[in-house]
Write a protein that binds this ligand. Structure first.
Ligand SMILES: [Zn+2]
Ligand SMILES: [Zn+2]
Length: 229
């Protein structure tokens, strides 16, 4: 499956459009050398002066999860690649992006769970990008992917017309756990911004007996310095 997808990769770099010498990734050697790699806090995933297990921010306000692994900030080239994957239907970008992310994951969680999307939104977009990504990553890490372990039960319609604050508090009880979930899981999302959704998902999982939660995300949006909920 993965091999057939890789064989179907384009002949030109998705970033600079030069002809690809190798077909391992859909971007060229030169572009891949310019991919930003900045040290991060291993818990919140935010950029730090050097790699650290827990930054000052996490000491003050620990995130709801235990570890966060990401490729980098939501800037070039990740934003370009993600936009193609998410909004232009370039599903085939999921395996190479997942392979890149897998290189940063030393001890994978026993199972992966995608951040759920409400069925109405999935119906409009045609697919849940987190599920596609989680499955690609799971096959890279040789771990099972529990597609339906988390379900979004609250209709998006109920969220409409609410202020941002009300919308965030409205996330409460918007998700439910289905079936048995191991005590250590990894949640997979494309971009972590405020982390509000992940925080609520962690609360639901912990209430279900989960004790360790890793987050695997492609990008982490830098915050304005405040710990947003
Ligand atoms: Zn290139
Ligand atoms: Zn931190």
């Amino acid at each position: 499956m993965l091999r057939s997808i890789l064989r179907a990769l384009p002949l030109r770099c998705q970033l600079c459009h030069h002809r690809l010498e190798q077909r391992q990734y859909p971007w060229c050697e030169t572009c891949s050398q310019s991919f930003p790699t900045s040290p991060r806090c291993m818990q919140c995933g935010l950029s730090t002066p050097y790699t650290m297990e827990t930054c000052g921010r996490c000491l003050n306000t620990p995130p709801a999860w235990d570890n966060l692994v990401c490729l980098g900030d939501y800037t070039f080239p990740y934003d370009t690649l993600l936009h193609k994957f998410k909004y232009q239907g370039h599903y085939w970008l999921a395996p190479p992006l997942a392979r890149l992310l897998a290189e940063s994951i030393d001890e994978p969680a026993p199972c992966l769970i995608p951040v759920p999307m409400h069925w109405r939104r999935r119906w409009v977009r045609g697919f849940n990008h987190s599920t596609v990504l989680a499955n690609a990553l799971a096959s890279q890490l040789e771990r099972p992917c529990l597609d339906n372990a988390l379900v979004r039960t609250r209709a998006t319609q109920q969220q409409q017309g609410l202020s941002r604050k009300a919308r965030l508090s409205n996330l409460k009880d918007a998700f439910t756990v289905r079936g048995n979930v191991p005590s250590h899981v990894a949640l997979v999302d494309d971009v972590v911004t405020t982390g509000a959704t992940l925080t609520e998902l962690c609360r639901v999982l912990r209430a279900h007996g989960v004790t360790k939660i890793d987050i695997y995300a492609l990008c982490r949006t830098p915050t304005d310095g405040k710990q947003k909920k």
